[in-house]
Design a protein around this ligand. Structure first.
Ligand SMILES: Cc1cc2nc3c(=O)[nH]c(=O)nc-3n(C[C@H](O)[C@H](O)[C@H](O)COP(=O)(O)O)c2cc1C
Length: 443
C-alpha cells in the first residue's frame, strides 16, 4: 500500500459532519423477520448484534416500509408514523453497540409488490412487470395521482423523522432495484406525461423532493443516503449517463452518500446476472467501473455494492474513487468478515451460488440461501457454509407463507380497529388465520 493511500480502516467525515470509523458498510438485506406488529423484535436484535460487533463502519437495515399496505414482501418491517418507538429504539441501540453508524433504509415497492400481499400496487404508470411465467405473482400496478405522489413524499420524510427519534444516525432512501423511486426514474416503468414523467428532471423530481423534505425534517447533522441504480440494464431503461446526472443533483442537495447498484426484478444486475444482452462489467464489485466514471463527475461520497467478498476488491473499489465498499450476502455467511480480513488478509467471503437453468428461479434460490442464514443468526445458530438450494428454497417458501398469514392478520386487525365502531358489517376480503407462534421460525 502506498503512503497516504486510503484503506479499509481509514475513518471518514461525511458532509453532515458525522465521522464513520472505517470504509466498510453492511448493505441492506430485507430480513422478512418482523414480529406480529410488523416491528423488529428479539430475532432482528440477535441478527444485528452479530453485525454490530463484526467491524463495519455503517450498518444499513433491510428495507423498512413507509406504508403497511405497500410491502416488498411478507415479514417486512414497517415504520409506524405514530405511536411508541420502543422496538425501533432497541434496534438502533443494538446496531450502534459496536461503534457503527445505524442507518435505516426506507422503501416503497411500487409495482414490485407480490400479489399475495393482497393490496393495490401503486406505481408511476400501469406498466406491469414482465417476468414470463412469474409475472402473475405480482399485483397489476395502478398509476398514482399527484396527491398520492405528494403523500408518498410526506411519508418518506415522516418515516425518516421517526427513525431519527428512535436513535438512528441516518436513513437511506431506496431509489434502486426497480422499487417505486427507481420506477419513477426509469422511462420503461414511468410513462407519465405530467411533471413526474418524460425528462430526467421530471422523473427524478420525486426522489429529489423526498431528499429535500427528509433534510428539512431531520436537520443538517443527520446522515442522508440514497441507493441509486447505475443503470436498469434493460433496453430503453435508465442509463449510466442519467445516473451520473442524478448523482450530481444529489451532491447539490448535500446527500452524504450515494450507494451505486443496478438492475431490478426483470434484470437482476445487483446479483451479477443481468437480462440477456446486458452484463455487469466485472465478476466482483459489479459496479466499480461505472462508479469510477461517476466519481469523476459528481462531487458526492460514493459507495458501491455487489459481488465484494475479498479485501483486495475493497481496496480496488476505494482506489476507484469510492468512499465506501458495501457488502451484503457475504456478511450473511460471515457476519464478522472484516475481523477475519484483519487476521487473514486474503480470506475470501462466501457468495451464494445457484446454477439452475431457470434464471428467475436461480435468483430466488440465491436470495433464499442468504435469508436462511439471516434466520439462523436471528436464532443464535451458526451459519452454514454451503446450504443446499432446494432446501433453502423450500424453507423460504414455508417461512414466507407463515409471514403472509402474520401480515394478513395484522392488516385485518388494523382495518377492524379503524372501521369497526362505525360500520361493523364492513370487512376486507382477507383471511385472518390464527397464527399460533410467530417466534418459532423455520431454520
Ligand atoms: C436476501 C437479500 C435481501 C436484500 N434486500 C435488500 C434491501 O432490502 N434493500 C436493498 O437496497 N438491497 C437489498 N438487497 C441487495 C443488496 O443490498 C446488494 O445490493 C446485493 O445483494 C449485491 O451485494 P452482494 O453481492 O454483496 O450481496 C438484498 C439482497 C439479498 C441477498
Amino acid at each position: 500500500m502506498q503512503q497516504n493511500q486510503i484503506s479499509m480502516a481509514t475513518p471518514v467525515t461525511l458532509p453532515c459532519g458525522q465521522v464513520v470509523k472505517n470504509r466498510i458498510v453492511k448493505a441492506a438485506m430485507e430480513e422478512n423477520m418482523a414480529d406480529k406488529q410488523l416491528q423488529p423484535d428479539h430475532a432482528l436484535y440477535a441478527l444485528y448484534r452479530y453485525w454490530a460487533h463484526g467491524g463495519a463502519g455503517m450498518i444499513i437495515t433491510g428495507n423498512v416500509m413507509i406504508d403497511a399496505t405497500a410491502m416488498t414482501g411478507p415479514g417486512g418491517v414497517v415504520m409506524p408514523l405514530e405511536g411508541d418507538l420502543k422496538a425501533f429504539e432497541k434496534w438502533a441501540a443494538v446496531i450502534k453497540s459496536g461503534g457503527a453508524k445505524a442507518i435505516m433504509q426506507l422503501n416503497h415497492p411500487g409495482r414490485q409488490m407480490p400479489r399475495e400481499i393482497g393490496e393495490v400496487a401503486w406505481a408511476p404508470s400501469d406498466v406491469p412487470l414482465s417476468l414470463g411465467r412469474y409475472t402473475k405473482r405480482f399485483a397489476k400496478p395502478q398509476p398514482m395521482s399527484c396527491e398520492q405522489i405528494h403523500q408518498i413524499t410526506h411519508q418518506f420524510a415522516q418515516a425518516a423523522r421517526r427513525a431519527k427519534e428512535a436513535g438512528f444516525d441516518g436513513v437511506q432512501i431506496h431509489a434502486a432495484h426497480g422499487y417505486l423511486l427507481s420506477q419513477f426514474l426509469s422511462p420503461l416503468a414511468n410513462r407519465r406525461e405530467d411533471e413526474w414523467g418524460g425528462s430526467l428532471k421530471n422523473r427524478a423530481r420525486l426522489l429529489l423532493n423526498i431528499v429535500c423534505q427528509v433534510r428539512a425534517y431531520c436537520g443538517n447533522h443527520f446522515i442522508v443516503m440514497v441507493k441509486l441504480n447505475t443503470a436498469d440494464f434493460q433496453r430503453g431503461g435508465f442509463t449510466a449517463q442519467e445516473a451520473t446526472e442524478v448523482a450530481q443533483w444529489l451532491a447539490g442537495l448535500n446527500v452524504d452518500v450515494v450507494e451505486l447498484s443496478g438492475g431490478n426484478y426483470e434484470s437482476p444486475a445487483m446479483q451479477g446476472t443481468a437480462q440477456e444482452g446486458f452484463a455487469v462489467s466485472r465478476r466482483d464489485a459489479y459496479f466499480a467501473d461505472v462508479a469510477k466514471q461517476i466519481s469523476e463527475q459528481a462531487d458526492v461520497p460514493l459507495m458501491t455494492t455487489g459481488g465484494i467478498v475479498r479485501q483486495e476488491t475493497v481496496q480496488q473499489v476505494l482506489d476507484n474513487g469510492c468512499t465506501f465498499a458495501g457488502i451484503a450476502s457475504a456478511l450473511a455467511f460471515t457476519p464478522d468478515l472484516m475481523r477475519k480480513w484483519q487476521q487473514k488478509p486474503d480470506y475470501a467471503g462466501i457468495k451464494p451460488e445457484c446454477d439452475w437453468q431457470d434464471k428467475t428461479l436461480a435468483s430466488l434460490v440465491k436470495m433464499a440461501k442468504v435469508r436462511r442464514q439471516l434466520r439462523r443468526l436471528g436464532n443464535d445458530l451458526t451459519t452454514m457454509h454451503n446450504p443446499t438450494g432446494f432446501w433453502s428454497l423450500f424453507l423460504d417458501i414455508l417461512h414466507r407463507r407463515k409471514m403472509t398469514m402474520v401480515y394478513k392478520a395484522y392488516i385485518s386487525a388494523k382495518i377492524k380497529e379503524t372501521i369497526a365502531p362505525m360500520q361493523p358489517e364492513v370487512t376486507r376480503c382477507v383471511s385472518s388465520p390464527v397464527v399460533s407462534d410467530v417466534a418459532s421460525r423455520d431454520l
